[in-house]
Design a protein around this ligand. Structure first.
Ligand code: SAM
Length: 248
Protein backbone atom coordinates (compact mmCIF):
# COMPACT_ATOMS: atom_id res chain seq x y z
CA UNK A 1 0.00 0.00 0.00
CA UNK A 2 1.21 3.53 -0.66
CA UNK A 3 1.14 6.24 1.93
CA UNK A 4 2.86 7.34 5.09
CA UNK A 5 3.53 4.66 7.74
CA UNK A 6 4.00 5.73 11.35
CA UNK A 7 6.21 2.95 12.67
CA UNK A 8 6.92 2.21 16.34
CA UNK A 9 10.44 0.98 17.14
CA UNK A 10 11.88 -0.55 20.37
CA UNK A 11 12.31 1.50 23.57
CA UNK A 12 15.38 -0.49 24.62
CA UNK A 13 15.15 -4.18 23.85
CA UNK A 14 15.58 -4.67 20.09
CA UNK A 15 13.59 -7.91 20.34
CA UNK A 16 10.48 -5.77 20.73
CA UNK A 17 10.41 -4.63 17.10
CA UNK A 18 7.37 -6.11 15.37
CA UNK A 19 7.55 -8.34 12.31
CA UNK A 20 5.39 -5.83 10.46
CA UNK A 21 7.65 -2.92 11.39
CA UNK A 22 10.64 -4.72 9.85
CA UNK A 23 8.64 -5.55 6.74
CA UNK A 24 7.38 -1.98 6.28
CA UNK A 25 10.82 -0.45 6.90
CA UNK A 26 12.29 -2.78 4.26
CA UNK A 27 9.61 -2.09 1.71
CA UNK A 28 9.05 1.68 1.85
CA UNK A 29 10.90 3.99 -0.57
CA UNK A 30 12.10 6.34 2.14
CA UNK A 31 12.43 6.36 5.93
CA UNK A 32 12.11 9.71 7.70
CA UNK A 33 13.82 9.67 11.10
CA UNK A 34 14.24 12.08 13.99
CA UNK A 35 17.99 11.38 14.14
CA UNK A 36 19.41 9.59 11.11
CA UNK A 37 22.63 8.49 12.85
CA UNK A 38 20.72 6.94 15.73
CA UNK A 39 18.26 5.21 13.39
CA UNK A 40 21.05 3.99 11.11
CA UNK A 41 22.20 1.69 13.90
CA UNK A 42 18.72 0.21 14.29
CA UNK A 43 18.37 -0.33 10.55
CA UNK A 44 21.83 -1.92 10.34
CA UNK A 45 20.91 -4.33 13.11
CA UNK A 46 17.95 -5.54 11.04
CA UNK A 47 19.92 -5.35 7.75
CA UNK A 48 17.52 -2.77 6.32
CA UNK A 49 19.09 -0.53 3.67
CA UNK A 50 16.19 1.77 2.84
CA UNK A 51 17.18 5.40 2.20
CA UNK A 52 17.04 7.54 5.34
CA UNK A 53 16.32 11.29 5.69
CA UNK A 54 15.96 13.55 8.72
CA UNK A 55 12.58 14.87 9.79
CA UNK A 56 11.55 17.02 12.79
CA UNK A 57 8.39 19.06 13.17
CA UNK A 58 10.61 22.16 12.99
CA UNK A 59 12.51 20.95 9.91
CA UNK A 60 12.47 23.29 6.94
CA UNK A 61 9.68 22.88 4.38
CA UNK A 62 12.11 21.06 2.07
CA UNK A 63 12.24 17.90 4.17
CA UNK A 64 8.45 17.78 4.26
CA UNK A 65 8.32 18.33 0.48
CA UNK A 66 10.80 15.51 -0.08
CA UNK A 67 8.44 13.17 1.77
CA UNK A 68 5.40 14.55 -0.08
CA UNK A 69 7.08 14.08 -3.46
CA UNK A 70 7.64 10.37 -2.79
CA UNK A 71 3.94 10.02 -1.90
CA UNK A 72 2.94 12.09 -4.98
CA UNK A 73 4.77 9.57 -7.18
CA UNK A 74 2.78 6.74 -5.63
CA UNK A 75 5.57 5.65 -3.31
CA UNK A 76 5.51 5.05 0.43
CA UNK A 77 7.38 6.58 3.36
CA UNK A 78 7.90 5.42 6.97
CA UNK A 79 8.34 7.80 9.89
CA UNK A 80 10.28 6.56 12.92
CA UNK A 81 11.58 8.33 16.02
CA UNK A 82 14.58 7.53 18.21
CA UNK A 83 12.51 5.12 20.29
CA UNK A 84 8.94 3.97 20.70
CA UNK A 85 5.92 5.41 18.95
CA UNK A 86 6.35 8.56 16.84
CA UNK A 87 4.20 11.55 17.91
CA UNK A 88 4.17 10.39 21.55
CA UNK A 89 6.44 13.13 22.95
CA UNK A 90 8.21 12.84 19.59
CA UNK A 91 8.03 14.52 16.16
CA UNK A 92 5.43 13.75 13.50
CA UNK A 93 2.27 15.66 14.34
CA UNK A 94 2.74 18.32 11.65
CA UNK A 95 3.73 15.78 9.04
CA UNK A 96 0.73 13.52 9.72
CA UNK A 97 -1.69 16.44 9.59
CA UNK A 98 -0.18 17.90 6.45
CA UNK A 99 -0.07 14.60 4.52
CA UNK A 100 -3.65 13.80 5.52
CA UNK A 101 -4.77 17.22 4.36
CA UNK A 102 -3.09 16.56 1.00
CA UNK A 103 -5.15 13.39 0.71
CA UNK A 104 -2.45 10.77 1.41
CA UNK A 105 -3.21 7.71 3.52
CA UNK A 106 -1.45 7.56 6.90
CA UNK A 107 -1.15 4.06 8.41
CA UNK A 108 -0.15 3.20 11.99
CA UNK A 109 2.30 0.36 12.58
CA UNK A 110 1.81 0.01 16.34
CA UNK A 111 4.41 -1.26 18.77
CA UNK A 112 6.41 -0.20 21.83
CA UNK A 113 5.50 2.94 23.77
CA UNK A 114 7.10 3.69 27.15
CA UNK A 115 3.88 5.19 28.57
CA UNK A 116 1.79 2.12 27.75
CA UNK A 117 4.54 -0.27 28.88
CA UNK A 118 4.71 1.55 32.25
CA UNK A 119 0.92 1.54 32.61
CA UNK A 120 0.79 -2.19 31.93
CA UNK A 121 2.91 -2.97 35.01
CA UNK A 122 2.13 -0.03 37.33
CA UNK A 123 -0.50 -1.76 39.42
CA UNK A 124 -2.51 1.48 39.60
CA UNK A 125 -5.94 1.83 37.96
CA UNK A 126 -5.61 1.96 34.16
CA UNK A 127 -9.27 2.23 33.21
CA UNK A 128 -8.74 5.97 32.92
CA UNK A 129 -5.35 7.63 32.46
CA UNK A 130 -4.01 11.01 31.46
CA UNK A 131 -0.80 11.23 29.48
CA UNK A 132 1.13 14.36 30.44
CA UNK A 133 4.47 13.65 28.77
CA UNK A 134 7.26 15.94 29.94
CA UNK A 135 6.48 18.55 32.60
CA UNK A 136 7.77 22.06 31.84
CA UNK A 137 11.48 22.30 32.73
CA UNK A 138 11.21 25.63 34.59
CA UNK A 139 10.10 25.17 38.22
CA UNK A 140 7.45 27.93 38.08
CA UNK A 141 5.72 26.51 35.03
CA UNK A 142 6.12 22.95 36.32
CA UNK A 143 4.52 23.79 39.67
CA UNK A 144 1.70 25.59 37.88
CA UNK A 145 0.99 22.46 35.86
CA UNK A 146 1.04 20.30 39.01
CA UNK A 147 -1.49 22.59 40.66
CA UNK A 148 -3.72 22.32 37.57
CA UNK A 149 -3.51 18.55 37.86
CA UNK A 150 -4.34 18.39 41.56
CA UNK A 151 -8.04 17.66 40.92
CA UNK A 152 -7.30 14.95 38.34
CA UNK A 153 -8.79 11.60 39.42
CA UNK A 154 -7.40 9.54 36.52
CA UNK A 155 -3.97 7.90 36.76
CA UNK A 156 -1.34 10.27 35.32
CA UNK A 157 1.68 9.37 33.20
CA UNK A 158 4.79 11.56 32.99
CA UNK A 159 8.05 11.25 31.08
CA UNK A 160 10.97 12.54 33.11
CA UNK A 161 14.65 13.25 32.60
CA UNK A 162 16.86 11.44 35.15
CA UNK A 163 18.56 14.63 36.38
CA UNK A 164 15.16 16.08 37.29
CA UNK A 165 13.54 13.11 39.02
CA UNK A 166 14.43 14.15 42.60
CA UNK A 167 13.09 17.69 42.09
CA UNK A 168 9.98 16.44 40.34
CA UNK A 169 9.11 14.00 43.13
CA UNK A 170 9.59 16.81 45.68
CA UNK A 171 7.38 19.17 43.66
CA UNK A 172 4.66 16.50 43.34
CA UNK A 173 4.82 15.91 47.10
CA UNK A 174 4.44 19.65 47.69
CA UNK A 175 1.48 19.86 45.30
CA UNK A 176 -0.39 16.65 46.12
CA UNK A 177 1.00 15.31 49.41
CA UNK A 178 3.63 12.64 49.97
CA UNK A 179 1.09 9.85 50.52
CA UNK A 180 -0.01 9.75 46.90
CA UNK A 181 0.83 6.37 45.32
CA UNK A 182 3.18 6.43 42.34
CA UNK A 183 5.31 4.13 40.22
CA UNK A 184 8.84 4.69 38.99
CA UNK A 185 9.36 2.72 35.76
CA UNK A 186 12.99 3.05 34.75
CA UNK A 187 14.96 1.55 31.86
CA UNK A 188 11.92 -0.43 30.69
CA UNK A 189 12.91 -3.55 28.68
CA UNK A 190 16.62 -2.88 29.37
CA UNK A 191 19.19 -4.62 31.59
CA UNK A 192 18.64 -2.43 34.65
CA UNK A 193 14.86 -2.24 34.46
CA UNK A 194 13.28 -1.05 37.72
CA UNK A 195 9.55 -1.00 38.40
CA UNK A 196 8.77 0.29 41.87
CA UNK A 197 5.44 1.29 43.37
CA UNK A 198 5.43 3.33 46.59
CA UNK A 199 4.16 6.62 48.01
CA UNK A 200 5.71 9.78 46.52
CA UNK A 201 7.64 10.09 49.81
CA UNK A 202 8.85 6.51 49.54
CA UNK A 203 9.96 6.94 45.94
CA UNK A 204 11.82 10.09 46.81
CA UNK A 205 13.74 8.31 49.57
CA UNK A 206 14.46 5.47 47.12
CA UNK A 207 15.96 7.68 44.41
CA UNK A 208 17.85 9.78 46.95
CA UNK A 209 19.44 6.68 48.48
CA UNK A 210 20.67 5.18 45.19
CA UNK A 211 22.30 7.33 42.49
CA UNK A 212 21.69 4.54 39.94
CA UNK A 213 17.99 5.33 40.22
CA UNK A 214 18.75 8.81 38.87
CA UNK A 215 20.14 7.44 35.60
CA UNK A 216 18.61 6.23 32.37
CA UNK A 217 15.10 6.74 31.09
CA UNK A 218 12.13 7.19 33.39
CA UNK A 219 8.35 7.06 33.27
CA UNK A 220 6.56 8.21 36.39
CA UNK A 221 2.98 7.01 36.84
CA UNK A 222 1.02 8.76 39.59
CA UNK A 223 -2.30 7.80 41.05
CA UNK A 224 -5.08 10.33 40.55
CA UNK A 225 -6.71 12.12 43.45
CA UNK A 226 -8.89 9.66 45.34
CA UNK A 227 -12.61 10.07 44.78
CA UNK A 228 -13.24 10.67 48.49
CA UNK A 229 -10.76 13.56 48.46
CA UNK A 230 -12.05 15.02 45.24
CA UNK A 231 -15.77 14.73 45.84
CA UNK A 232 -15.55 17.00 48.86
CA UNK A 233 -13.60 20.17 49.14
CA UNK A 234 -11.48 20.57 52.27
CA UNK A 235 -14.00 22.76 54.12
CA UNK A 236 -16.86 20.37 53.51
CA UNK A 237 -14.72 17.45 54.66
CA UNK A 238 -13.79 19.30 57.87
CA UNK A 239 -17.45 20.15 58.52
CA UNK A 240 -18.50 16.53 58.00
CA UNK A 241 -15.80 15.33 60.40
CA UNK A 242 -17.02 17.81 63.04
CA UNK A 243 -20.62 16.67 62.56
CA UNK A 244 -19.55 13.03 62.76
CA UNK A 245 -17.85 13.74 66.10
CA UNK A 246 -21.15 15.08 67.44
CA UNK A 247 -23.07 11.98 66.45
CA UNK A 248 -23.99 9.62 69.29
N1 SAM B 1 8.00 8.08 21.61
C1 SAM B 1 8.50 7.48 22.82
C2 SAM B 1 7.48 6.46 23.33
O1 SAM B 1 6.68 5.96 22.56
O2 SAM B 1 7.51 6.15 24.52
C3 SAM B 1 8.88 8.52 23.85
C4 SAM B 1 9.91 9.52 23.40
S1 SAM B 1 10.38 10.70 24.59
C5 SAM B 1 11.38 11.80 23.65
C6 SAM B 1 11.59 9.87 25.55
C7 SAM B 1 11.12 9.62 26.98
O3 SAM B 1 10.33 8.43 26.98
C8 SAM B 1 12.23 9.35 27.96
O4 SAM B 1 12.74 10.57 28.49
C9 SAM B 1 11.53 8.55 29.03
O5 SAM B 1 10.76 9.39 29.86
C10 SAM B 1 10.57 7.72 28.17
N2 SAM B 1 11.19 6.44 27.81
C11 SAM B 1 11.60 6.05 26.59
N3 SAM B 1 12.14 4.80 26.66
C12 SAM B 1 12.06 4.41 27.95
C13 SAM B 1 12.44 3.23 28.67
N4 SAM B 1 13.02 2.21 28.06
N5 SAM B 1 12.19 3.18 30.00
C14 SAM B 1 11.61 4.22 30.63
N6 SAM B 1 11.23 5.35 30.01
C15 SAM B 1 11.45 5.44 28.69
Amino acid sequence: DTGLYIVATPIGNLGDITARAVEVLEQVDLIAAEDTRHSQRLLQHFAIDTRLVAYHDHSDARSQERIASVLAEGGSVALISDAGTPLISDPGYRLVREMQSRGYAVHPVPGPCAAVAALSVCGLPTDRFRFEGFLPAKPGARNGRLVELSAETATMVFYEAPHRIVDTLAAMTAAWGGDREAVLAREITKTFETIRRDSLDGLQAFVEADTNQRKGEIVLVVSGRSISESALDADTARLLRRLAEELP
